[in-house]
Design a protein around this ligand. Structure first.
Ligand code: SF4
Length: 413
């Protein structure tokens, strides 16, 4: 099926772009899929799986194709946002097996921030140039029903112009249940009190069997889709995520991305797609894998990381323009390479990253804006600072030609 409404017509210059891909030594199956993608055809879930299973020179061609499609979609620029993560509580009763962040109520390092503390952190962030706070927390069993609303009110009272990007679909599920409200009523109420957008986290892998193994009683795929679709119907934008590199496989990734694409066709509510590699070091899913009798991998391989960014760019072409490389998961050097493998955004400066560090992540809790600019310049793209909804706030110089790196082009393969 051709994406008539979303892809530009193939023109002479695009034929020239195809010639930039060295198809010698590339399998005929991958060559056919990439040529179809470059000609504006939608890549099917089955074709996506084939791309994810690629090795050797096929990966180089996929990466180059993704880089070309990124250039066509958003040009030779990449973005970041100044934001602060505020994880208001790490107390959670869910026990997701992959999570190293949650604590019991009586644990010595259990934490629940006061409204005053949250407002103060938002003010500090604003004073440091942040345009967004990203607020998520554990599912604290004793939270009063109106806790989520109070968070929004206290931050908006302190910093009215701050964009509040908050509450995962699992928190929406939990809050709606505690408030005896439908998802629609609960989200609408939060929007009326200052919610500006939602993170599309808690998606992990949108597959029934995989989700069952990752956590007991966790939000089902259908519930995740229903909550996000409800947000989109109400006009609330969200991100979309995938957590990969644990007990999952290429066909799960392609199915997940195809589902996100179908949702986007209906409501156009996703601002970006964010691949999040599994961080295994202190994750119970990995450390207890023998007890759990699960064959858990220690996070994605280098090839899987690069393919995730490249194939998601190719599969989502025409529907989601922004593919984010997470420096928290990948590390800065590797995130730079993803900018030439389909990604066009480095996400947020974060200031207080703690969720990934709790699972043993080693890439720190903050990247300064000037370092974000340098990272993007090092990729050969032009940096700009954006707000949550990808409006440009500040442009920076493009890197000097001598500083540019070439496309990583599968050097990681
Ligand atoms: S992932 Fe979220 S819901 Fe699951 S245990 Fe961790 S904090 Fe709780």
């Amino acid at each position: 099926m051709s994406l008539q409404s979303n892809l530009r017509t193939l023109d002479v210059s695009q034929h020239a772009e195809q010639n930039l891909i060295d198809f010698s030594g590339v399998s005929s199956a991958v060559t056919t899929i990439l040529q179809r993608a470059l000609a504006g055809f939608e890549i099917t879930e089955h074709e996506g799986t084939q791309l994810f299973q690629s090795i050797g020179k096929d990966i180089n061609a996929i990466v180059k194709c993704a880089d070309i499609i990124r250039q066509r979609s958003v040009g030779d620029q990449a973005s970041f946002v100044i934001t602060r993560n505020i994880n208001f509580t790490n107390i959670c009763y869910m026990g997701c097996k992959f999570c190293g962040f949650s604590k019991g109520k009586n644990d010595a390092d259990a934490e629940l921030l006061s409204m005053q503390e949250m407002a103060q952190r938002a003010q500090e962030a604003w004073d440091r140039g942040a345009t967004e706070v990203c607020i998520q927390g554990g599912l604290h069993p004793d939270l009063p029903a109106d806790h989520y609303r109070k968070i929004l009110v206290s931050i908006k009272q302190q910093v009215p112009q701050m964009h509040i990007h908050a509450f995962s679909p699992f928190e929406i599920f939990f809050g709606a249940k505690n408030s005896n409200m439908s998802y629609k009523e609960f989200i609408a109420d939060l929007m009326a009190h200052g919610l500006d957008s939602m993170p599309g986290t808690a998606a992990e892998i949108l597959d029934v069997e995989i989700r069952k193994q990752l956590t007991r009683d966790k939000l089902t795929t259908e519930q995740w889709v229903e909550i996000i679709s409800t947000a989109h119907e109400l006009g609330l934008p969200t991100t979309a995520t995938i957590m990969y590199g644990h007990i999952d496989a290429p066909h799960h990734w392609a199915a997940h991305i195809a589902l996100i694409r179908e949702m986007q066709k209906k409501h156009r509510g996703f601002t970006e797609f964010v691949p999040l590699g599994f961080v295994h070091y202190e994750s119970p899913l990995y450390t207890d894998r023998k007890k759990l009798k699960l064959n858990v991998r220690p996070g994605p391989t280098a090839n899987e990381n690069i393919l995730m960014h490249a194939v998601s760019r190719i599969m989502l072409n025409g529907w989601i323009d922004n593919i984010q490389a997470s420096w928290v998961k990948l590390g800065p050097a590797y995130a730079i390479q993803m900018l030439r493998a389909g990604a066009n955004d480095l996400g947020g400066t974060l200031m207080d990253e703690s969720i990934t560090r709790s699972s043993g992540g080693v890439h720190g809790e903050e990247i300064l804006p000037e370092d974000m600019v340098k990272m993007i310049q090092d990729s050969g793209l032009a940096p700009f600072r954006r707000n949550t909804l990808y409006n440009t706030l500040e442009n920076f110089d493009h890197a000097a030609p001598s500083q540019r790196i070439a496309s990583c082009g599968g050097a990681l393969a």
